[in-house]
Design a protein around this ligand. Sequence first.
Ligand code: CO
Length: 209
Amino acid sequence: MDFPNEMMRRNRAWAERMREEDPGFFDRLAAQQAPEVLWIGCSDSRVSADQISGLMPGEVFVHRNIANLVIHTDMNCQSVIQFAVEALRVKHIIVCGHYGCGGIKAAMESRDYGLLQNWLRNIKDVCSHHEAEIEGLSGEQARVDRLCELNVQAQVRNLAHTATVQNAWAAGQALHIHGWIYSIRDGLLHDLEVDLSDVAHVPAIYRTA
Ligand code: CO
């Protein structure tokens, strides 16, 4: 099948359906976006932020990369965070991982993935940091899934270490960071309960002010 053509066809049908259901929909969206949430998720095709959370266009600002990483030298991700916090003034940032993540699996292997190796290195560091716990689990799936969770927790901390987030907190801006994980097996989101809403739990060495 010519999939790009199929996508154009589905787009026409979707736009028409939206206009029928809500004639003012596109005019409102064209005027401005005011999402309350920044979503940082995995690029995996099965983990689409708006679809799995039942959201409409305009409701979530999105950044996705392999294994939902927040790396301090990644200008793409850092720029998205700054724009979302300072310009859009989102109230929540959700780092959402997913069980069975291919990026996490690849990072646990001793194999050369070429350029991608540099990206996976960040996950290997998280894995190495929790080696005893992960090695203590039985079965590959349990080990991968636990690292998926630990990786989300590490990225929540990385977010709290950014100047953008700390400046917002210092200015009294309400900004909550959440760590969630999605199960492809049943379509459900789970809260890892690692929320951060102020600088209190940020170690001194990572504080910018
Ligand atoms: Co993934």
